[in-house]
Design a protein. Sequence first.
Length: 502
Amino acid sequence: MTKLGSYHVHAFADVFPLIEGEEFDEMVLDVKRNGLRDPILLNHDRTVLIDGRNRYRACEAANAEMLFETLPAEHSEAEILDLIVSKNISRRQLTAGQRAFLALEYEKAFEEEAKERQREAGRYRAAQADAQVTGLQLPADRRGPVTERHDREASATAARTVGASQRSVQRAKTVETYAPELVEKVKSGEMALDQADKQARQRRRDMPEVAPLSKASPVILTLRTYDGKEVSYNKPTGKATFNHTDGEGISWARWSWNPVTGCLHGCDYCYAREITLRFKQVNPAGFTPLLHDERLNAPKNTHIPEQHISDPAWKRVFVCSMADLYGRWVPEEWILQVHSSMLANPQWEYLLLTKFPARYNKVDLPPSAWVGTSVDEQKRVRIAEDAFRQIDGVKVKWLSIEPLKEPLEFTDLSMFDWVVIGAQTETWQGEGEQRKHVPAFSPPFEWVVNLVNQAREAGCRVHLKPNLVNGKPGMLLPNEYPTGDVQEANAEPDNEPNIWKP
């Protein structure tokens, strides 16, 4: 910003040319004779001169008293920009070129104001989240959203505001890019915009062709499968970080992390296999278990966005959502490397899940971990119970019964803090001609109720996945009606209810 006396001149106001020569001399003479008629406009704290540079200069030259007016504090930057334009455009006889370059400056100022609004909105949301935790009440955010006017129509808005055509604004951009030394000539009125545009376009045509930059060869990593085979993999650019899940399917965690991908369980309902075989970048070895050691630093490199600091779900990460980290085929060295990274970064809550929970008791578990096991059949019940009786010192011990494929009976659920129950979603398994459809399956109501009762008796928290009722075909709910005959009470229910007879 330039300065006049002790005042900074608003950057956009400074874009308009000052009056000089005879016109300025006449203004000085008028101020000497009549004093300053129109006050000089300042911002709310009287530090920035918004309008009146020429009047300020004339008062200084005439040694006359200056009059000032102050804008209210609630005036936004966008309103100040519009005010500067309206006051200056009405006073000036501007050429098409001058208006076009004014539109460019307005567009830049307007876009910067929009960016600041976005930054301020982010700061407000973060403060709002903190206030919810502490119980404080913040005043309403009155700035409003950043609209399309800010981020999509800045150019059209600028042209319309200063009275320029969009075509002339585009010409001004061409001159600014290819003949920048002509910009001041157009602004001063020394050269017409169309003349400068012709020279700029000719200069663009005369520029030598620039050969397209060749893409740098990717860095090739060598990864290894569980059985020692080498697999080539393009090293990702940038540091390894967690993947943001958007809460889809894992509503209680906002991140996933897959230092190991692939699995040998062979479950016919496996969503991870379907995704991996569809998107080859997930695992270059197909669904063969593979260690991505280039991802081991993700816990250290990932940071929670400021506006989500107070949301517990953003502190949780689902580990190996595309694998079973503790499968019997997984080398112990892989598990130790992943655990070493988790233990070194205790700021995260790690969600772990396996069908082989006995391996939990052979490693150091992060105290912040949610340690879980998956049970889909009765044969896995005893394995889960035996393993979790020995687990201690972790944040949560949980049981995932998803999908519930058959009625399950537990002898004791008291070693678990949390039980999650879900249905089997529809998938497509395999590739090519071997690809087959696996239909969805929702368990009967009684199976779910039985498990919920067992969990309640053991003091467990219970979470029923939405796919139990929202998926296809949806959980089979009881649909029984009373009949007039007590002996028929246990008969097969009809599709339509019978009328109860007294």
